[in-house]
Design a binder for this molecule. Sequence first.
Ligand SMILES: [Zn+2]
Ligand SMILES: [Zn+2]
Length: 228
Amino acid sequence: MVGIFQTNCWVIESGEDALCAVVDPGFSPRKIWQMVQQLQLKVKFILLTHGHMDHTLGVRYLRRKSKAPCLMHPADRPYQWRWFNFAAPKCVPVEDGQSLKLGGAEIKVIHTPGHSPGSVSYLVNNFLFSGDLLFADGIGRWDLAGGSFREIVKSLKEKLGPLPDSVEIMPGHGPVTTLGIERSRNPILGSELQNSAILGSELQNSESGGESRGVRPQFRSPNLDDEA
Ligand SMILES: [Zn+2]
Ligand SMILES: [Zn+2]
């Protein structure tokens, strides 16, 4: 958890390749960098779920240290860095359906607009890094620049709908949850996604034999509570 907005920063480890991807380095990039070095990992990607400052502020420092590219959906370019006039770092554009290789692991990009036009979620095996789309017991705000309630509901329904209940949600803020839990208790997601649950379990069945690499990515969130 980093910074005054308590943004979650996640580090995805590829397993035996000692590669990692850092998701949303908001604040405290020095601590994130320290942790990555302690774990002797090489940062391959800096992944942004969207362009809001509380998720992107640490990018420049981390990029300088790691030389890793920063990835973001181009629709959020006009929205990033506005608040404090920071020069935008060059981000490599990502698009819906794109697949990123992190060693033996695969990171799938899912464009999930609504909180912002360029919001994406990253799916790694059974883990969804949902940014500010979906939280435990809530969804992201849609009233900020470029946000849309219609879009956020559409993203939840059409993009998350096909995913099985077992998917673990690693949100941009707050505690970890699962799609199943949110479908049962989240006021918006529950009503919007119940119809898709059957589709989700079909997808799970059809894919159960496909993951044969034995890749087990691990996830860490730097414990940064002690930093002001
Ligand atoms: Zn946001
Ligand atoms: Zn946020």
